[in-house]
Design a protein around this ligand. Structure first.
Ligand SMILES: NC(=O)c1ccc[n+]([C@@H]2O[C@H](COP(=O)([O-])OP(=O)(O)OC[C@H]3O[C@@H](n4cnc5c(N)ncnc54)[C@H](O)[C@@H]3O)[C@@H](O)[C@H]2O)c1
Length: 464
């Protein structure tokens, strides 16, 4: 139990909030945080938990519930039959501990898998984990979330606890669950229990795993919060309660906007460092020795994945509708959007220093996923870098042990090449270095543009 006394004032509706009723053993409940251990919650015993959306978030979440305790039944629901089949066959991108969990869960039939959303009716708890991307105009694409919430409302029944974990705009829970449920005469706080609890999982991270990360929960009423905290407390070490779903929604947008802005800042500092012929990694490492007031972020070729490039746009889009703005965030996102273009400009510059033109140059991209050790290329800067290099007349090949085929914006498909098959390369661009990347082979290229800033010992290394 983490005691977080004296940090903030307890919101009025949580005065007297008592989680001990959900626990078999006494716990310390410290204002203002509802801090729980993930020890058994009798309130959930023998209950059925449905997870809607079984992707990078939903599948580990379903496995955590299914593996955590034999007293729960778990139903995994996904609209994609392909996805359900891949899960059944174990062909999914998970950290080794979750692969082991999946094996156990599949062997024991502890989790039902279905594409049928009517299964929601059988659940006591519904957790919604569907994607919330942005479209090509950087406008939130709420299609999946609207449809998952509509199905949940359609099949909701008395006594259910319903939690959205997908990142979304402030007011989502009210717009997509609380109000539509009321139209079905299901009132949040008395008939059903509705909350928002943003997911914080870091796919591919084996050091800080989902079960180690505290979760924020904000319910429509104190009773909603209490029930949702009991659910989320089964799979999280600590539950931090906020006063409303909107506060929980905003907390997630703030977390990821903070990260996006700081990455834009450190990228700019990396450009400054190169101008002064300094090593940005040495500078960040030095600044990070300060024990307060500084968090280390690291530069790179841009940002990718489903969260950091998308989530700040949920805030900016919403603000535009309110005739508001957040200029600092807008600038950071614009700088970040320009980063892959900067990689291409620097490629042109490095080739020119070698007496080569970009047109006709042979370029190898090393690692194309958006971060190390995942099979996810969504929003990966590599996609834009490759498209721009091809448009400039370069010959581009890539190597990535995690990505066999890469679908480009143009529709063209590139196949990953073994590192040894990449011959006569004018310039290798180190984009993502996986744990199994052969650094010795990388060192044998005649020139490497290191967009990761982590390959200081490579000969013929050029920084971004
Ligand atoms: N991936 C991350 O690193 C991460 C981390 C924290 C939070 N999040 C957030 O979690 C949410 C889910 O992200 P993800 O990465 O798991 O997405 P994902 O694309 O990996 O998976 C989503 C799954 O939902 C399914 N789906 C889509 N619409 C559906 C519907 N109407 N009903 C049922 N299933 C449906 C898809 O088929 C897919 O299998 C997003 O809001 C994301 O921002 C993601």
């Amino acid at each position: 139990v983490r005691n977080a006394e004296n940090q903030l004032g307890l919101p009025p509706q949580f005065q007297g909030f008592d989680l001990t009723s959900l626990h078999p053993s006494p716990i310390t409940v410290a204002a203002p945080l509802v801090t729980t251990t993930n020890s058994a919650f009798p309130a959930l015993a023998q209950q059925t938990v449905a997870i809607v959306g079984l992707g990078y978030v939903g599948l580990p979440t379903a496995l955590a519930f299914a593996d955590e305790s034999k007293d729960l039944s778990v139903i995994g629901i996904d609209i994609s039959t392909d996805r359900i089949q891949h899960i059944q066959q174990g062909h999914v991108d998970l950290i080794p501990a979750d692969i082991a969990r999946l094996d156990r869960v599949l062997a024991s039939s502890a989790m039902e898998l279905t594409t049928d959303s009517t299964a929601i009716e059988r659940a006591d708890v519904v957790i919604i984990c569907v994607p919330t991307p942005v479209d090509k105009h950087l406008t939130p694409d709420l299609g999946a979330l609207k449809s998952a919430c509509a199905a949940t409302v359609r099949h909701a029944r008395h006594g259910q606890t319903i939690v959205i974990t997908s990142t979304s705009y402030i007011g989502t829970t009210e717009d997509l669950l609380i109000n539509p449920l009321r139209e079905r005469n299901l009132r949040a706080g008395s008939d059903v229990f509705v909350a928002f609890s943003p997911e914080r999982i870091d796919p591919g991270n084996t050091t800080v795993t989902q079960d180690m990360v505290p979760r924020v929960v904000g319910g429509a009423t104190p009773d909603c919060t209490k029930r949702a905290a009991a659910v989320i407390g089964r799979i999280a070490p600590v539950v931090h309660v906020v006063s409303s779903p909107a506060a929980a929604e905003f907390s997630k947008l703030f977390e990821n906007t903070y990260r996006a802005v700081n990455i834009a800042l450190v990228n700019e500092m990396a450009d400054v460092a190169r101008r002064f012929d300094l090593d940005i990694m040495e500078v960040v490492g030095a600044a990070a020795t300060k024990p307060y007031g500084f968090s280390a972020f690291y530069p790179g070729p841009g940002i990718g994945g489903h969260c950091i490039p998308c989530d700040p746009h949920y805030l900016l889009w919403h603000l535009r509708g309110e005739r508001g703005s957040a200029p600092l965030v807008e600038t950071a996102m614009a700088r970040t959007a320009a980063r892959p273009g900067q990689v291409v400009s620097r490629t042109v510059e490095v080739l020119a220093q070698m007496g080569r033109s970009i047109a006709g140059a042979h370029i190898a991209i090393i690692g194309v996923s958006y971060k190390p050790d995942v099979q996810d290329v969504r929003e990966s800067p590599a996609l834009e870098i490759i498209d721009e290099l091809l448009a400039a007349g370069a010959h581009v090949q890539f190597h990535d042990t995690h990505i066999p085929i890469l679908q480009l914006g143009s529709g063209e498909r590139l196949e990953s090449q073994p590192l040894d098959a990449l011959q006569d390369v004018d310039l290798a661009i180190a984009h993502t270095i996986h744990a199994d990347t052969n650094l010795d082979r990388l060192a044998s290229f005649s020139a490497v543009l290191d967009t990761t800033y982590r390959l200081g010992s490579l000969p013929n290394r050029h920084t971004l």
